[in-house]
Design a protein around this ligand. Sequence first.
Ligand code: SF4
Ligand code: SF4
Length: 378
Amino acid sequence: MEDNEPYNYIEKLKSHLGDEMETLLRERRFAYPRQIELHLPGDNVRACNFHCGHCSGKNLEKRLGNWEDEGIKMLSVLEDRIPWHIYSGIYTEPLLNPKLMHFIETTKANFCHYGLHTNGALLYLREQDENMLTRLSQISDGEDYISISLDAGFSESYKKIKGINSDAFDDVFLGIQLLSEKKERCGLLGPNIRLTYLMGSENSSPLELERAIKKAEELDVNSIRFSLPFPPQRTQVYPSEKSEIISKGKEIDFKRNLEYALESANPENVEVIYADSQAKTYELMNNFSECWFPYYQLTIGADGCFYRCSCSDDKAAGNPRITDINLELEDIKKIIAWSQEGCFSPQSCLSQGIMCNRVGLTLNGLCEGIKKKQKAGQ
Ligand code: SF4
Ligand code: SF4
């Protein structure tokens, strides 16, 4: 029950950048990142259909742009140079976007992989409207994945956590069940189905965790991953206290409850993963001298601006916008070079209450180590 393969970011970066990785990072040479993360702008009116208390983007301005056509064109111009396309959001739900399937089909037409991060409530509906699950099952290759935030074992706690009154919990299960069935029926590998579960005081009793694990097994998903919520960005507390909020939580209790739940559920076919808290985020970030995250990822925020990472999605003054570039490969390369420039300091994120996510922490830590090795002449 440890964090492992699908979440091993260093291995992923190594396999993308190859044997030259250390040299390339040390010398800050240009490289296409491993992935581009696209925060599709909801349905252009609503950012999301839920109101989760733990939402990382709840303090952001939540700007939405109209840039989907340019985004799709950009993926075609890039061909397979950036091999992974991640459809996600910090305050937006990708399944709300009418052009999501068009994006994913462009990804696959260019021989790339996709990851879709969703709350899952609209999976069922989109199958009914446009056969989305059938189409996804037909075009996916087993490496592609759909990550669904389950976050509860019972409908009542689900409603509280997601800030809704409806029975969307059942819709999520219906959607996952249908997706599993479609995969089987197509006889193809289909997308990996991963459930995620953010633990908090409302959803972490042994009974509730056991129910979620049993459901995961019943639904034939590949994995379920338990973790603690990332503190919302731009929280009005001093950043060091933000990490304390998480570390002083009930992490030990939660972990013990999860162990009890695992003993009773005894899952055989689903991988159960646990990711430790990010309690040391502030201390770690304070020691970072540069940000290397854009070697892993380039981000387009819901407002249509490019970002160095997915943690901040507003206050983009001066950030390039997708609607302003000519969509020639050379223009896209300039944006990537802008994101990878070495003078960007993590301290400027900290000063605005913006903290690295798990991937950013891991990769910036790796690069800081490479830099120290260089200084030591090794
Ligand atoms: S579903 Fe995701 S984007 Fe929507 S409110 Fe919840 S955490 Fe935020
Ligand atoms: S939050 Fe972290 S990963 Fe994101 S730009 Fe700042 S330093 Fe880089």
